[in-house]
Write a protein that binds this ligand. Structure first.
Ligand SMILES: [Zn+2]
Length: 342
């Protein structure tokens, strides 16, 4: 009898965990995704070029949003005040190359060929495993304007940015309702991605939380569109890198999708021999090279990639919501499971 009761208890608690995560996943809102993307990818933000006035307007928007949603500012850079901004400097070379500056002097910062920019970082503290941290990331910079034409970057990577924002809101709301994640979650909007993954490179060189406590990065870069291979079956997403460092992460991701979101997980770009080499081409790679398990979420290639036509009206918001939910379910389990990822 006792044994039977215990079994039921486990069963009920598993069912109630599923109900809880589903309840919160269902609060991910198309309206919110639309609202934020319509701002970030509007002509007035002029393509969010790293270092531009408009990139800084986007940064302010993100910081204010983190604040309003109860995330903590934890970046301290040579001051005792903590901030949502992690400032860094980029050196621009003749010929169009860019690199981060690790310890620039004041004089070096003022040089003509130096770009000042910032990552935006919001922290949600966990409970009994709060020293372990999950990163959820997306880059919010894009490529600016050319000859007066705005490259809006709605998919690249406005879509990932608003997915990350919406998850920050929902995890924070869960915490307010007594369902805090056990581990902490760091929500990062990276700058400088389009210049060569520079925001994430800077972050992993100067992490706000030690990399040894960083258990995973879920990186979202373009998740609002459908490519030519999936016009008849649009409920899909490409996953890259999930099995490279932690097989457990890969299995957990598959299981959550089977249980909840039921998207087709396409691993075409995951192969080491794929000519696009996407594993090396977004911000997750700077975590992966430090042996931190990652998943890169990606919607594929489309003719509007890095074109002025990467606009909000081409985003499939229903699909963007489903893909955000997949990341959310995966994040929820990583943040709440008993053991660390192996
Ligand atoms: Zn991108």
């Amino acid at each position: 009898m006792k044994k039977y009761f215990f079994f039921l208890l486990i069963l009920f608690s598993a069912v109630s965990d599923e109900l809880t995560v589903t309840y919160f996943a269902n609060t991910i809102s198309i309206e919110n995704l639309q609202k934020h993307l319509s701002f970030l990818a509007s002509d007035s933000l002029r393509g969010r070029l790293t270092g531009s006035k408009e990139q800084k307007i986007a940064a302010e928007y993100l910081a204010k949003y983190f604040q309003e949603n109860g995330l903590k500012a934890i970046v301290t850079q040579n001051t005792s005040d903590s901030s949502f901004f992690q400032s860094f400097y980029i050196k621009k070379y003749f010929g169009g190359q860019h690199s981060i500056m690790l310890n620039p002097t004041n004089k070096m910062r003022r040089a003509k060929n130096v770009i000042a920019t910032e990552n935006v970082i919001g922290f949600l503290e966990g409970t009994d495993k709060k020293d372990e941290v999950l990163v959820i990331s997306a880059h919010y910079d894009h490529i600016g304007t050319k000859n007066g034409t705005v490259f809006n970057g709605a998919d690249d990577d406005g879509s990932g940015t608003v997915a990350m924002m919406e998850m920050a809101r929902v995890f924070s709301e869960a915490k307010k309702q007594g369902k805090s994640p056990r581990r902490s979650i760091l929500f990062i909007a990276f700058a400088g991605e389009e210049y060569g993954l520079l925001g994430s490179e800077y972050y992993t060189e100067k992490p706000v939380i030690p990399l040894k406590n960083t258990i995973c990065d879920l990186n979202i870069d373009m998740v609002g569109r459908i490519d030519d291979f999936h016009t008849n079956q649009k409920d899909y997403i490409y996953l890259i890198g999930s099995d490279k460092i932690s097989q457990e992460l890969h299995e957990l991701s598959e299981r959550n999708n089977e249980l909840f979101t039921k998207l087709t997980l396409d691993y075409s770009y995951n192969s080491e021999s794929h000519p696009q080499q996407l594993y090396y081409r977004s911000d997750h790679y700077n975590f992966a090279k430090n042996k931190i398990p990652i998943i890169f979420y990606f919607d594929g290639e489309h003719p509007d990639y890095h074109q002025p036509t990467d606009d909000v009206d081409k985003i499939d918001f229903e699909l963007l919501k489903k893909r955000t939910q997949l990341v959310f379910y995966t994040a929820w389990e990583i943040a709440n499971r008993e053991g660390a990822l192996k």
